[in-house]
Design a protein around this ligand. Structure first.
Ligand code: ATP
Ligand code: MN
Length: 534
């Protein structure tokens, strides 16, 4: 067991041996699947995907995520509600406790993987899981390590033990579940939660610290794809806004669906797989994702139709956040290596449940910076009780929970690139039109796809655009294949006055949120914010 304590000592190799009788190292997908079935921890869908339940946690637990405050992070991390500090002592004690717990485990699934599909910017990660399906997630979502470097040691370690519970009375964390990051120890500790996304977003957080801070590489919560001429597009957006859905495009090569870096040469994917939402997934509307649900894919928290092994994608009895992970190669036309040049087009995706933002509009550089710093989307809350008011979320850089540095660091890097590369920026509302949630409806996915395709085909170039009265963005008045009234939000609403007051409300929310950043940004960005019309 000594070599798990000194986890770096066993070099990365296809046949590494550990001093623990239960260690299963670098298993094939087939083996991980059969072991999961053998242990009674999963079942196979009729298309061969492995179906498991993640347990009590079916989503991330941001309030239980902490970063060790040490010499590396103390002055560089932007300490806030997402970047919560914890002491080295608490971290070390919990790590020791977890290692002791590990020693008692009959089986341990160890995997060496790589994050960052780029020769200069990547991390090798050794992951220790207590069950085989968590290890399958790791195999799906990360890249294989580079075995060619002799005696290479892993850069980071993840210890993920869903059944290990912290004792809040003595362990120095508020709950039994926790996710702790230490940059000095280069270790992530995850306990008390089986939600696999916690590992993925843990490493994302690490890269969001290291890449901008040490290498001037912009790390981004976005999807990316490229056209036949190599033209790259990226899609920023918070959860549920359409990054995964819209980047899977039959006419374009997929680079990745969630996490990318932008160097002085272009973009690259951090991951080796996709993690798609599957609630209400439909083969006709999302054929690429639907077909990726096959042998090797891992379905989380879904249910079958009675007496079948056919997944009922409408079933949300476990959670609304049902997911599937699969390797990038399961999407036809995925590119390998997952890289591209500088993006020519940048989309900001927002799911506006207030029904205010136009389905498509073009932003100036200053407006783009304002939107990036704001990171707006609106969710619908309280669906169970029937009282369903939208709730605005402002999450800086479209990913505040994963950004350890001050938003200004990412914004500055983006601003420079937008200026240098002459990128076109479009804001896409994948949410409500014709009224807010309750009266309006969510814009059809086929319409959103048509508008995005029109941007790629440069179809808006000769089209008359009008400025939004509050927000200023340029709204095209016509798009082939879409009724004109849908494009202009106040025309799709029944009552134009009701629209105007709703738009004022949203503009006020934007302005209030932006106050915290106002003093730190250039005047032109400050002035690019929405205005309330009296
Ligand atoms: P996460 O960061 O959590 O992975 P995401 O940005 O990748 O989120 P998606 O997984 O793409 O989000 O989720 C978008 C969801 O919204 C999908 O379930 C999709 O079917 C649905 N949807 C409905 N209408 C639209 C639309 N007009 N545009 C995009 N997605 C839509
Ligand atoms: Mn996604």
């Amino acid at each position: 067991m000594s070599d798990l304590r000194n986890w770096k000592q066993v070099p990365i190799s296809e046949i590494a041996e550990f001093d623990h009788p239960g260690v299963q190292y670098q298993c094939t997908r087939e083996f991980l699947i059969s072991q999961t079935l053998l242990r009674g921890e999963g079942s196979l869908s009729d298309t061969g995907a492995l179906c498991i339940d993640t347990g009590k946690f079916t989503g991330r637990s941001p309030r239980d995520k902490f970063i060790v405050k040490d010499a590396i992070t103390s002055d560089s991390v932007n300490w806030n509600q997402f970047n919560q500090p914890i002491s080295e002592q608490v971290f070390d004690a919990l790590r020791d406790k977890m290692l002791h717990y590990l020693e008692q485990q009959p089986a341990l699934w160890v995997r060496d993987v790589r994050a960052g599909d780029h020769p200069d910017f990547h991390l090798t990660i050794r992951v220790l899981n207590e069950n085989p399906w968590s290890n399958l997630f790791v195999a799906n979502m990360f890249l294989p390590p580079d075995y060619s470097v002799k005696d290479a040691q892993p850069d980071w370690l993840i210890i993920q033990l869903p059944s290990f519970l912290a004792d809040p009375a003595t362990d120095g964390v508020p709950h039994p579940q926790f996710s702790l990051l230490s940059f000095s120890s280069r270790t992530i500790l995850i306990g008390g939660t089986g939600y696999t996304g916690e590992m993925k977003k843990g490493i994302f957080t690490v890269l969001n610290f290291l890449l901008p801070h040490q290498h001037q590489v912009l790390s981004m919560h976005c999807s990316a794809n490229k056209g036949t001429t190599g033209d790259v597009a990226i899609f920023f957006g918070l959860s549920g806004t359409g990054k995964t859905t819209l980047s899977a495009d039959p006419n374009r090569q997929l680079i990745g669906d969630d996490e990318h870096g932008w160097t002085d040469k272009g973009v690259f994917n951090f991951e080796g797989g996709c993690y798609a939402k599957v609630i209400n997934l439909n083969a006709a509307q999302e054929p690429e994702i639907f077909s990726a649900i096959r042998k090797g894919a891992l379905l989380e928290n879904t249910r079958f139709f009675p007496n079948t092994n056919q997944v009922d994608f409408a079933n949300k009895s476990v959670t609304e956040n049902t997911r599937v992970s699969y390797p990038l190669s399961f999407i036809p036309h995925a590119c390998s290596p997952a890289r591209g040049g500088h993006p020519a087009i940048l989309f900001f995706l927002t799911c506006d449940a207030y029904g205010v933002l136009p389905p498509i509009s073009q932003l100036s550089v200053a407006e783009a910076m304002y939107q990036f710093i704001s990171g707006y989307t609106a969710k619908v809350a309280g669906t169970e009780t029937g009282i369903s008011e939208p709730v605005a979320t402002f999450s800086a850089c479209f990913g505040a929970p994963f950004m350890p540095l001050h938003p200004g660091v990412y914004a500055q890097l983006l601003g420079k690139k937008l200026q240098q590369q002459g990128v076109e920026v479009w804001l896409i509302n994948t949410g409500w039109i014709g009224g807010a949630y309750g009266t309006g409806s969510r814009i059809k996915l086929s319409y959103t796809r048509t508008m995005i395709e029109a941007v790629f085909q440069r179809k808006f170039q000769g089209v008359t655009k009008i400025a939004h009265p509050n927000f200023g963005m340029q709204i095209p008045t016509h798009c082939e294949g879409i009724p004109d009234d849908i494009l202009i939000p106040w025309k799709s609403w029944q009552d134009e006055n009701a629209y105007q007051s709703q738009s004022n409300r949203l503009a006020t929310m934007f302005a209030e949120n932006f106050e915290q950043y106002a003093s730190g940004v250039d005047e032109n960005i400050r002035n690019a914010g929405p205005k309330v019309i009296r």
